[in-house]
Design a protein around this ligand. Structure first.
Ligand SMILES: *Cc1c(COP(=O)(O)O)cnc(C)c1O
Length: 349
């Protein structure tokens, strides 16, 4: 790698910023019984009358153990969407900087670029849904701050060749953001394991998919302590609420349950792939490392509507680049998948 200098990437206003210091930042219980008259809370206990821990220490310390990182390499947000937005706001100057995204991919990167008024340079994946490394590096300019890689990728489902990702990381002086929302369903190694080797990566994960907690909104960001401290400066003080912290902590303390569910979802996925091969209107079943399957069909909109009429909601991805006539199925329970198969066979004429 040439020279990567994080401070050169941080927006000047963020560098100068004196973060808001909340009551709970200034004083956190240290085990002694204290009387808290510092935050204008209602003193009558109801479980949520106190502000939550702004640094989510208990939750981060369990996550750190689980992922084999340090707590200061973790930032938590109100879903990945907040985490991704913080990354934009820390590093990208509106109307000046740009980012690179790699369609077909997760739609939020583009939307967040638009919201933050940042130019989004798009470089299509190859026909095999892999990274076109040369074209990506060709698009990099002086003001390219971030490259977003969704791995495994949504909606295609595949994971990218690790050597290609490595080449990008090693030849880019900005930050490579690797969105691992589906990593628990994948046989590929997480890039969290490379945080100590590469100072210019950010890995995002979420409790919304494998952990079965889309409703609590918890996004997790892993990066160098230096990057995390920049993001910490600009995050809203109480961005992860008390109920979310409690629920997520309970789930992580019983992570074996998560692993068991993931295992059943993967078994269901493989069963479904077998059966889909027998459906005549499905032309291609794409390789998947996620909890969904992308297929190419004869007429995506027609098949989508037929499934809807039969009470099954899937995602029609036909308007995504390289995804003409594709449909995306999330893996459901065994019963739900059985029903899906019945309906597919029924409309297959
Ligand atoms: C579902 C998904 C997320 C999760 O977003 P949350 O805001 O954490 O629910 C992130 N990235 C990708 C690619 C996804 O598909």
């Amino acid at each position: 790698m040439s020279e990567f200098n994080l401070q050169n990437l941080v927006r000047a206003n963020v560098q100068k910023l004196q973060p808001y210091s909340s009551a709970r930042d200034e004083y956190k219980a240290n085990g002694n019984e204290m009387i808290f008259l510092d935050a204008n809370e209602n003193p009558f206990e109801n479980g949520v009358n106190r502000y939550p821990d702004p640094q989510q220490r208990d939750l981060k310390s369990e996550l750190a153990k689980l992922k084999n990182v340090n707590s200061d390499q973790i930032l938590l947000g109100n879903g990945s969407d907040e985490v991704l937005d913080l990354i934009f706001r820390a590093f990208c100057v509106p109307q000046k900087d740009n980012i690179i995204t790699l369609p077909p991919t997760y739609g939020m990167y583009k939307v967040l670029a638009e919201i933050n008024n940042i130019e989004n340079k798009e470089v299509l994946l190859t026909e095999e849904f892999q990274l076109d490394v040369k074209s990506i590096l060709n698009e990099v300019t002086e003001t390219t701050k971030l490259i977003f890689i969704c791995n495994p990728n949504n909606p295609t489902g595949n994971a990218f060749d690790a050597r290609s990702i490595k080449t990008l990381i090693e030849n880019f002086n900005g930050i490579v953001v690797i969105d691992e929302a589906y990593i628990d369903f994948s046989s590929y190694e997480s890039w969290i394991n490379f945080l100590d080797i590469y100072p210019n990566i950010i890995v995002t994960q979420t409790l919304s998919k494998a952990y079965g907690m889309a409703g609590v909104r918890l996004g997790v960001c892993y990066a160098s302590a230096e990057i995390i401290s920049v993001l910490n400066k600009i995050k809203p003080p109480y961005n992860v609420n008390e109920l979310t912290q409690q629920k997520a902590l309970q789930r992580i303390l019983k992570v074996d349950e998560v692993f068991n569910e993931v295992e059943s979802i993967i078994i269901e996925r493989e069963k479904l792939i077998e059966v889909l091969q027998e459906v005549n209107f499905i032309d291609t079943i794409f390789e998947t490392e996620a909890n969904f399957i992308l297929v190419k069909v004869d007429n995506a909109t027609k098949r989508y509507n037929q499934l809807l009429e039969m009470g099954i909601v899937i995602r029609n991805r036909t308007n995504q680049p390289l995804c003409e006539n594709t449909l995306r199925f999330t893996i459901g329970t065994s019963e739900e998948n059985k029903k899906l198969i019945e309906v597919l066979q029924e409309i297959d004429n």
